[in-house]
Design a protein around this ligand. Structure first.
Ligand SMILES: [Zn+2]
Length: 478
């Protein structure tokens, strides 16, 4: 079966191919940088990373644009409170977002577009809407008249038949049940930051930001637009209204939305005390690979129940795969090739691919890998796994890790170790460990086995496990 996605717009599973040549033009709504990004948002960003990687695995070229919302009501208010310019205020959180994303191994989109660097295209978009009669002004602000766009509601599948013409909102986020004319350009108030525009001093609304930047980078019709389900209405509905009014063409062919994340079966909220940023979880000692694994393990259209038990299970799952990888390289095997093992390896890859082609069914894809590893561990136990089968199995792990990217121990772990060392515990760096191993090798060569054993024991006490293989010593952190 070929690659297919569930399209929120048509409410159907549809086969996917890009509109033009082999390049997927994709837009995803990025972070609003008024604070550290929470783990629920990172669920959506992790889904988008898996999507990116799978499209590339399937041989497509990718042109992916993600915006960074660095001006909005909250940002202006918070910056003023701290007596900072919005740039000074947001740059801290923009940097933090990309640091967090790197720890979670999220690939950077081809274009990252901060809103404040693209004001001109937003001004032009508002002018085009005005020229076509989709706007009106009130007290210096410019609004989108949704009654002028008959398709309004087609993405969220809401019937907005009872639209109150002229009812409008100034805020970027508003009541889900209510369709209202929304602000495209907000008039300058007091000493708020502002930009010049032919229709008055002010700043862009959130919705026009995405429409204008998406079209300026990717053209009038995108292949994929993705985000969290909470963006379907009003944000994405408004993006469609703006973009299609401007171009007269479909704005995005495929709309993909990731479901919410719950913590221990509860909605994440500051008032419940279960609100976590990535930094919170790393501070509790969890590794970024385990967090990435857990976020990716539930198919994106299912609610994800994030639990600490689940994080521990994710840690164990990664450990099982890493152990298998070590076993693969370190076990002495009979020469030759067992064709049944080769065939089973090909089958594992086929099952993995079929699962991800099926609207990124990550749970099925993982199941295919774990069933395979179980079967191969049995084959190794029973001597059915031969020398040349190493490459088959290594290929399975490589395909898996191209998408899930959790096998290599991360720098994030190093960061955590630094924090721990601040607390007084001396933690060895990789270089330090390798120096110890070299020292132990020298001791062994000079037949000083007591010294070699003492080094192994000392490393063990610091959580470093050595494994002697015929290719030399391998080590890992426990
Ligand atoms: Zn957006």
């Amino acid at each position: 079966m070929a690659l297919r996605f569930y399209n929120t717009l048509t409410q159907q599973m549809e086969f996917f191919h890009p509109l033009e040549d082999n390049t997927v033009r994709m837009y995803t709504c990025g972070p609003t940088v008024y604070n550290f990004v929470h783990i629920g948002n990172f669920r959506t960003f992790t889904f988008q990373d898996i999507l990116r990687r799978w499209l590339r695995y399937r041989g497509f070229k990718l042109k992916h644009v993600m915006n960074v919302t660095d001006v909005d009501d909250k940002i202006i208010k918070n910056a003023a409170k701290e007596h900072k310019s919005i740039d000074e205020y947001t740059s801290v959180y923009t940097r933090a977002f990309f640091e967090d994303a790197a720890k979670l191994r999220l690939q950077q989109p081809e274009h990252v577009a901060p809103a404040t660097k693209h004001i001109q295209v937003m001004v032009e978009a508002v002018e085009r809407l005005a020229a076509k009669g989709y706007t009106y002004t009130n007290e210096g602000s410019t609004y989108y008249r949704i009654a002028a766009f008959p398709d309004y509601g087609k993405l969220s599948h809401n019937d907005f038949g009872g639209i109150r013409s002229g009812a409008r909102v100034d805020v970027d986020e508003y009541d889900k049940a209510d369709a209202r004319d929304f602000v495209l350009w907000k008039a300058r108030r007091g000493d708020e930051p502002f930009w010049e525009a032919p229709f008055g001093e002010g700043r862009p609304g959130w919705h026009i930001e995405c429409s204008a930047m998406a079209m300026s980078y990717l053209g009038e019709t995108l292949d994929i637009h993705a985000g969290g389900v909470d963006l379907i209405f009003p944000h994405h509905e408004n993006e469609i209204a703006q973009s299609e009014a401007i171009s007269g063409k479909p704005f995005a062919r495929f709309w993909l939305h990731a479901e919410h994340l719950h913590i221990e079966s509860q909605k994440m909220s500051k008032s419940l005390g279960n609100f976590y940023t990535l930094r919170d979880l790393l501070g509790m000692g969890y590794h970024p690979e385990a967090i990435r694994y857990l976020l990716a393990s539930v198919p994106y259209r299912k609610k994800l129940n994030f639990t600490f038990e689940g994080l521990k299970a994710a840690t164990r799952s990664i450990e099982r795969l890493r152990d298998f990888e070590v076993r693969l390289t370190s076990t002495r095997l009979a020469p030759g090739k067992n064709e049944a093992v080769t065939e089973r390896s090909h089958e594992a890859i086929r099952m993995f691919e079929d699962a991800l082609d099926d609207d990124l069914n990550t749970a099925e894809a993982l199941a295919a890998i774990f069933e395979y590893v179980r079967a191969m561990n049995t084959a190794l136990d029973e001597g059915d796994f031969q020398e040349e089968n190493r490459w088959d199995a290594a290929r399975v792990l490589e395909v898996f890790d191209t998408i899930f990217d959790v096998l290599k121990p991360g720098e994030g772990a190093g960061k955590m170790d630094e924090e721990r060392s601040d607390a007084g515990d001396e933690v060895l760096s990789d270089v330090g460990i390798e120096a110890q191993i070299e020292e132990r090798n020298r001791a062994k060569r000079s037949r000083d086995f007591a010294r070699a054993d003492a080094i192994r024991a000392a490393l063990h006490d610091q959580g470093i496990v050595l494994e002697d293989t015929k290719d030399g010593v391998r080590w890992k952190r426990k």
